[in-house]
Design a protein around this ligand. Structure first.
Ligand code: Z5A
Length: 212
């Protein structure tokens, strides 16, 4: 996508089941990198602030019904509408910490029974993460953390299927983090892992495209 050797920000994605601790760890990593003086922002998908995001939010909270294919494409569109902003931020040197990305899109939709390759197709061409931190936790243990709320996918049996589909997406950008440990232990491993990737992007690692 980009052969330049300009210093840039890193694209760091957190993935994992509901209640695996993504939001907690994103916040801690943000504070850590800010403290080191790095330009950094925290993003999350779905981004419920856009008009597409509001349709997704209504669906997740069971206020609207949509065909499974339709909601899959809306999740993808929600990433595409942020793609050019993402590229601009990274090229300007800002590291982006992203709470869920295309892997959630494919794992959740394929767990509902949609074709795995069909689910990947609309994600191809988005920016490939430099690092995917997969917060690995047994679904039963995640379910014990504060209980599930009213959102559509917050059911143990479904989360078990999602976990199986996530595993099919693991690639060389992934680091598996044992998320059943304490918040502090997970945070320590996250910080150690991320530092190396921030430095390699500052040294000019080119941006690349996801699944294309
Ligand atoms: N979805 C999709 O289908 N397609 C897509 O393309 C995308 C998403 C992007 C959005 O949910 C839903 O949309 C999601 C996938 C689907 N559905 N599900 N399930 P969301 O992003 O709005 O919500 P979430 O990701 O599921 O967030 P969450 O429930 O808040 O989980 P979390 O961020 O992983 O966990 P947390 O908020 O950091 O922690 C949860 C609780 O556990 C909290 O009380 C913490 O204090 C506690 N916690 C966290 N870590 C620990 C440790 N280490 N020990 C003990 N307790 C802990």
């Amino acid at each position: 996508m980009d052969a330049s050797s300009e210093s840039r920000g890193a694209l760091v994605v957190f993935e994992g089941l509901d209640r695996s601790g993504k939001t907690s760890q994103c916040g801690r990593l943000l504070s850590y990198l800010e403290g080191l003086g790095h330009p950094v922002e925290l993003w999350r998908f779905p981004d419920r602030t856009t008009s597409v995001g509001q349709m997704i939010s209504a669906y997740l909270s069971n206020k609207s019904q949509l065909d499974d294919h339709t909601i899959h494409l809306l999740f993808s569109a929600n990433r595409w509408e942020k793609r050019s902003m993402m590229e601009a931020k990274l090229k300007a040197g800002t590291t982006l910490i992203v709470d869920r990305y295309s892997y959630s899109g494919v794992a959740f939709s394929s767990a509902k029974g949609l074709d795995f390759e069909w689910c990947k197709a609309p994600e191809a061409g988005l920016i490939a993460p430099d690092l995917v931190l997969y917060l690995d936790i047994p679904p039963e243990k995640a379910a014990e953390r504060g209980g599930y709320g009213d959102e559509r996918y917050e059911q143990l049996e479904f989360q078990k299927k999602v976990a199986q589909h996530y595993k099919l997406l693991e690639d060389s950008a992934w680091k598996i983090i044992d998320a059943s440990r304490s918040l502090e232990d997970v945070e320590k491993q996250v910080k150690e892992t991320v530092s190396e990737y921030v430095v390699s992007c500052q040294k000019g690692k080119p941006l690349s495209s996801l699944w294309s």
